[in-house]
Design a protein around this ligand. Sequence first.
Ligand SMILES: NC(=O)c1ccc[n+]([C@@H]2O[C@H](COP(=O)([O-])OP(=O)(O)OC[C@H]3O[C@@H](n4cnc5c(N)ncnc54)[C@H](OP(=O)(O)O)[C@@H]3O)[C@@H](O)[C@H]2O)c1
Length: 247
Amino acid sequence: MYNYSAPEQLLKDRVLLVTGAGDGIGRAAAKRYAEYGATVILLGKTIEKLEHVYDQIEQAGHPQPAIYPMNLEGASAKDYQDLQLTLDKEFGRLDGILHNAALLGVLTPIAQYDMEQWSKVMQVNLNAPYMLTRMCLPLLEKSSASSVVFTTDDVGIKGKAYWGAYAISKAAVNNMMQILADEMETNTSIRFNCINPGIVATTMRSKAYPGENPTTLAKPEDIMNSYLYLMGDDSKDVNGQIINAQS
Ligand SMILES: NC(=O)c1ccc[n+]([C@@H]2O[C@H](COP(=O)([O-])OP(=O)(O)OC[C@H]3O[C@@H](n4cnc5c(N)ncnc54)[C@H](OP(=O)(O)O)[C@@H]3O)[C@@H](O)[C@H]2O)c1
């Protein structure tokens, strides 16, 4: 969907939640969704980064976004319930969620993987999107056509040495997406898919490959057509799929 061309009003009046909206791919997606008419709820850990994205969207004259600071590492079921109640009160529905926030953890053999680090990665990359999706289902059901997009990775499709908890969390996310898509195919208007960004120059990528020259890689802004496609009505019959953002 790299060459998908979205109509200008693709996301007009949509209410979309983006996790990890303060940096990297999530920041680019939040800004692009706003540019195409969406009201974007910017969820993330570092408030200054979210405020910066908020200001950029506002200055560009796009629909006013909202900021929801949340540390997914420590968030409990009650925090997700509070989020759901706040969104219901403020917006009354959700038309889509981009589950983008993730933690790389450490690249190390499983035999040496630190157990605390393992739990943190699983909490942010797997348990958080599970709890968030689950709590927000009633809000997604209030939309006439809602789209939930999870984020995967090549190492979640085929396991690779040293990628440990990160790769396993991504494999589990793919499976969770397929279960949700299968369970909700009939009787709901919610669709569930995964996006695989491919290699993109971000903070996470440079942590994994510190010696790499980022200028040789795709930038987050380069892969946004696929993100638009999966969030808008042109993909309304797509459910349970893994879409590669760069092909
Ligand atoms: N870049 C690539 O080459 C690549 C390849 C395949 C898949 N992906 C996937 O693409 C997605 C985006 O990655 P990226 O490369 O853009 O990474 P990034 O630049 O490191 O951004 C990650 C985002 O997640 C947020 N986040 C991390 N921990 C969080 C927590 N505990 N609570 C709330 N937010 C948290 C970060 O917020 P703070 O900045 O505030 O910490 C940041 O906004 C991830 O799911 C990643 O697995 C990336």
